[in-house]
Write a protein that binds this ligand. Structure first.
Ligand code: GUN
Ligand code: ZN
Length: 434
């Protein structure tokens, strides 16, 4: 199959500030066995594959699938709980909502809604913070596996300072993780991430179990939270008097390396930034959440100067939507209001929402761009008739402006079609054959 559209991607780089746009206003992607097999100007691709059927996407832009490196499965229903800071928001709103995932029926319904939320916003791969309930976590893996969604996720764990029904023990955490890993990791495109919630909710023994699992099962990821909020950071310092800083609570148990993703890092210390960079760990930058909970503005310049890598996370439900296009715009705007803020280009934002996410997931060879050999993960953003986006795209005279307008204006309903591994998972019936 050939998909004919206006294509845009970011260039291949490892520095967001070096990212450039690559675009074909009348471009085409030849998809074979779920993979991108050829890409370029439509006439050239057509000539090389004259017998392939053509799907033509008129209007809008076709982008590589977006990649969310931090989003919570059990939090769709809490989006929009205004007026609270992190620890109040967890205690009053979010942990009670997560407790309801002990009901398997609720968990399964929410798993479907969650995956629909990702896909409906063009997110084709994600590192997902799981539920504290093993059965609820299995439901998410089952639903994702059944639809071919390449999920990376794991059971959230904590053994203190949450709510009693969310607490596990180190032994139980080990056993439940082990069962889930053996059942799902590496099957149907699913991958497992060990997921201690944050040091504030973890004993040394629980963090040690997390490290033991990573050593025992090659290829796992690890995800947690770090340096989000001043009160959280002070509490962690009190709970771990022997640790020099927040990162060291994880480091001491072998949780800091190239397969690690730390969400937020709004208030890092210089030693932590240096250590993140040196270890090859990733930070999930979650701009809408950081603003929503009043956590602070991400010190992007400090991360860039230290060489600490980061990609974008929606952090639903402290994040205010699933859309990584919106998240990219919030990354842009929040940097603009920091005195040392980075002026991110449209290419840098697209890089952060695609290639950086793929690299953070250890999938840079599989996803994040439109090169031949990558999975055909694609999102078509098409303006609604009569929308502001339609009006702006009609005037845009460069791919930079068009993409900037998409970041600023595209709504969920304008994510017109989504493909994962060459299979359309959203928007069926909207396309016209050539
Ligand atoms: N830190 C620990 N748990 C959470 C969570 O659910 N959301 C956010 N934003 N931070 C956290
Ligand atoms: Zn989070």
């Amino acid at each position: 199959m050939i998909i004919r559209a206006s294509l845009i991607q970011s260039s291949q780089t490892s520095d967001p500030l070096d990212a450039r746009l690559e675009s074909w206003s009348d471009g085409a992607i030849f998809v074979e066995n779920g993979m991108i097999a050829d890409v370029g100007p439509y006439e050239d691709v057509r000539a090389r594959h004259p017998d392939a059927p053509v799907e033509r996407l008129r209007g809008g832009l076709l982008l590589p699938g977006l990649i969310d490196v931090h989003v919570h499965y059990p939090q769709t229903g809490v989006i929009g709980a205004l007026g609270l800071e992190l620890l109040e928001w967890l205690e009053r709103i979010t942990l009670p909502a997560e407790s309801r995932f002990s009901d398997p029926g609720h968990a399964r319904r929410q798993a479907r809604l969650f995956l629909r939320g990702l896909i409906g916003n063009g997110t084709t791969r994600a590192l997902v913070f799981g539920s504290h309930f093993a059965r609820a976590q299995a439901a998410l893996f089952e639903e994702a596996g059944a639809m071919g969604y390449p999920l990376v996720s794991g059971l959230a764990t904590g053994d203190r300072n949450l709510r009693p029904e969310l607490h596990t023990t180190p032994d139980r955490a080990y056993e439940e993780n082990r069962v889930l890993i053996e059942r799902f990791h590496g099957k149907s495109g699913l991958r497992y991430a060990v997921t201690p919630r944050f040091a504030l909710a973890a004993s040394e023994a629980l963090l040690e179990v997390s490290g033991a699992l990573l050593r025992e099962y090659p290829g796992l990821m690890v995800q947690t939270h770090i340096n989000e909020n001043p009160r959280e950071i002070q509490t962690v310092a009190r709970l771990f008097p022997a640790a020099r800083d927040y990162l060291e609570t994880y480091e001491r148990h072998g949780l800091v390396g190239p397969r690690s993703v730390f969400a937020h890092d709004v208030h890092p210390k210089p030693r932590e930034l240096a250590r993140l960079a040196e270890s090859g760990a990733w930070v999930a930058h979650c701009p809408s959440s950081n603003a929503f909970l009043g956590s602070g503005i991400f010190p992007m310049k400090d991360h860039l100067s230290a060489g600490a890598r980061f990609a974008l996370g929606s952090d639903v439900g402290a994040g205010t939507r699933f859309s990584l296009l919106g998240e990219a715009m919030d990354a842009y705007k929040t940097q603009r209001v920091r005195p040392d803020g980075i002026r991110l280009s449209p290419a840098a934002l697209l890089y952060l929402a695609t290639r950086a996410g793929a690299a953070a997931l250890g999938q840079a060879g599989e996803a994040g761009g439109l090169e031949a050999g990558k999975s055909a993960d694609l999102v078509w953003v098409r303006p609604l008739a009569g929308s502001t986006l339609e009006a702006v795209l009609a005037e845009a005279d460069s791919s930079e402006h068009a993409l900037g307008a998409v970041f600023a204006l595209a709504r969920e309903a304008e994510v017109a079609a989504v493909w994962i591994g060459g299979r359309m998972v959203h928007g069926r019936g909207m396309l016209q054959a050539e």
